[in-house]
Every structure is written in C-alpha cells, then in structure tokens.
Design a protein around this ligand. Structure first.
Ligand code: GLU
Length: 379
C-alpha cells in the first residue's frame, strides 16, 4: 500500500456508488465517503466532489423499453440531477453547491476563470462543491463525455493536488480481475506509458477494462500537470479509513512533473483546437528546444477554419507538437504563411509582427500527451 499526502482533492464518485441499483440514489455507499470527506475537511483539507448518477437516478421517471434517445437521457438527467443533489445534501451538514459544466466551459478562458472564482468563494464559505456534466445541454461534440475525464478537468481548474476516483474496482490490475484469477493489483504507477494504456484495452480502443480507459486518460492529464491520481474501491468502507490515515489501498499514479502554472494547465488541456499548422523543421526545433514563439515564416500549411484568438495545433512530421492561441485567422494566415515579417503588412494591410503564436500563448506536449484528434480537411 502506498502512502500519500494531499491538501486539495477532487473526489470522483461513479454511478455504481451513487445509484447502485441503476434506478435511484441511495446512501449505502455514500455514507463512508461522506464521513471521509467531512473528517478531511475538519483537518483543513479541501474537497470537490464530481458526482455521476443523474441519468441513473432519473431512469424511473422516464421509463422506456428501448435504448433511450439522447433527449430521453437528457430528461432523465434533468430529473435525476435534483435527486442526486438531494441525496448528497441529506448527508452533509454544510450547504451543497451544484456546478454543472460542459467541455466548452473549460475551453473558454473567461468561464474557466469564473469557475475558479466560484470555487474559491465556495471554499471560503465552507460549502461542498458538487460537479457534474451539464448533460441536458451538452451534445456529443460539446461534452467531456465521461466523469473520469470531467474529474481531471475539475482537478486542473481547481488547482487540486489529488484526484481520487472512487469506483467499484480495487484499482488498476495487471489483467482484468473479473476474467483472470491471478490478476494482480498495481499499487503504484510512476509513468503512464503504452504498457499502462494496454492494460486498459489500448490507447485507441473504445472498450475499456471496467471503465479503466477513461480513468487512465484522466490520470494521464493529471500526472502531466503535477496532480497525483488514486483509484480506489468506493464500495468498501475500510478503504476510506485507509485514505484518512494517508494510505492508498488501490493504485496511485504519481505526478510526473511539477505543477504547471494555471495558464499552462488551461492551454494544455482545456482548449479544443480549431485548426492545424504544419510547421517546418526549424520552427519545430525552436518550439521544442528554445521555448520560442511560432513565426509565420515557419508555417508550411494551414488547415481548418479558425478566428484570430482560437486554439490551433502545431504539426511536424504527422506528430502534434503542441498547441496555442493564433494571432491571425485562418484566411489571413493562409496568405502570410512562410513569409517574413516585412512582407506581412504588405499582403494583409496590417501585421501582428512576425509571430503567429506567441510563446506565452502556447504549450509543447510532453511525452504521451498527444490526445488531440487531427482535424479533417474541409472538402
Ligand atoms: N454525467 C453522467 C450522469 O450524471 C455520468 C457520466 C459518467 O459517469 O461518466 O449520469
């Protein structure tokens, strides 16, 4: 078992704990968890809950015999969210605060800062922040999509040092413990490499081992931002006794780097890119090794449609090197790519100087962090 220390944690609680029968919220697995959170808070620690369960909780109120449509699921979530919050409020002596977020809220810098301000104020007033995806407004392309990754984004925005994922499995195993008798629990993961992704069914696979794929994605986002991640079995009450004494009975993914600045975290994980800039080897070298800005002269190809200020990825030899906020829109950049600064104002009638993406507005991906999907060329 691994010892760990923490001060501010996001505790992600899955539907199997909140609504274990799949139809309504119960206190069965919530009580030991609430005791853990309450006792930790009494020690001066700060906790944010990311809770699933709204769709499961609303299922009885929207009975269907077929696979529910998106609208039916959204109706379930709208009804179930009230029940899920009421269930948490039953057990806490402090006010519970509902925060419903979508991927867009993390991508927009103003909203991102607003989330931080709200959380700060909630902590100041001793409230219990409880986050879920805003399922009723989010369609697939706007969604984070799963609460493991939502937990990671929340840990990033909250500047937490720890993400604790409470699931119905003891941690990460060497094989699926439901199928392999000699599967062994892995107590500590130093680096999330391909072998770790393979344990969850492979990085590109859509079928995870007990939902492990999204958990590892979440742990990877956190590790690369200086946040440790724990996977524990939230169905076992003694797990919370261990956590209270600073011991993790599940798996600890250690933080692989010192924490990023708040702005670098936002640039790294919360933005969705709107285009791609294929860059030459000189630009790739300058970005990677010298911490330089990206100059128009180093851009070979511009793909996608984006406005000035949108996020774009930098691609070199089919690999995404990083991303940042582009000073020019895609149409203008098409016209000045490859040009030197003196030529830019002649062509466009204005110039932001030779820089297309300023070094303060970009991040370079670490190893294994190229999770961004390439944008398809427009017809
Ligand atoms: N937001 C969903 C719900 O509340 C849960 C998604 C998930 O658990 O990954 O039902």
């Amino acid at each position: 078992m691994q010892r760990f220390t923490w001060q501010r944690a996001v505790v992600k609680v899955g539907s199997s704990l909140v609504a274990p029968t799949g139809s309504k919220c119960t206190g069965q697995f919530i009580l030991p968890l609430v005791r853990f959170i309450s006792e930790s808070r009494a020690l001066g620690k700060e906790v944010i809950i990311v809770s699933s369960g709204s769709v499961a909780a609303g299922r009885e109120a929207v009975p269907v015999t077929h696979v529910p449509s998106i609208a039916e699921k959204q109706a379930m979530a709208a009804i179930g969210q009230m029940q899920m919050m009421a269930n948490w409020a039953r057990f806490f002596d402090v006010p519970c605060a509902q925060i419903l977020l979508t991927a867009d809220d993390f991508a927009n810098r103003t909203r991102y800062v607003n989330i931080q301000n709200t959380l700060r104020e909630l902590f100041k007033h001793g409230a219990m922040p409880i986050v879920n995806e805003n399922d009723t407004v989010a369609t697939a392309e706007l969604k984070v999509g799963d609460n493991d990754n939502l937990g990671a984004y929340t840990a990033l925005v909250a500047q937490a040092d720890t993400l604790i994922m409470c699931s119905d499995i003891d941690g990460l195993y060497t094989a699926d413990p439901r199928k392999t008798v000699d599967a062994k629990l892995i107590p500590r993961v130093e680096e999330i490499d391909e072998s770790i992704h393979a344990l969850a069914g492979g990085a590109g696979s859509t079928v995870g081992t007990g939902g492990m794929r999204t958990k590892i994605q979440a742990a990877e986002k956190c590790a690369n931002s200086g946040i440790q991640t724990l996977i524990v079995n939230g169905r076992k009450s003694d797990v919370f006794d261990s956590l209270l004494s600073g011991v993790c009975p599940g798996t600890v993914f250690v933080a692989s780097r010192s924490p990023d600045s708040a702005r670098a975290k936002w640039l790294r994980y919360s933005l969705r890119s709107r285009g791609q800039l294929t860059i030459d080897s000189g630009a790739a070298h300058a970005l990677r090794n010298r911490g330089s800005s990206l100059l128009c002269a180093g851009i070979e190809k511009v793909s996608g449609h984006f406005d000035a200020g949108d996020c774009v990825e930098f691609v070199f030899r089919d690999e995404v090197l990083g991303q940042g906020l582009c000073l020019y829109n895609s149409q203008d950049l098409q016209r000045v790519k490859g040009l030197h600064s003196q030529q830019i104002s002649d062509v466009l009638g204005y110039s932001h100087g030779k820089v297309a993406v300023h070094k303060d507005d970009l991040i370079i991906m670490g190893k294994n962090t190229t999770t961004i999907q390439p944008i398809k060329e427009e017809e």
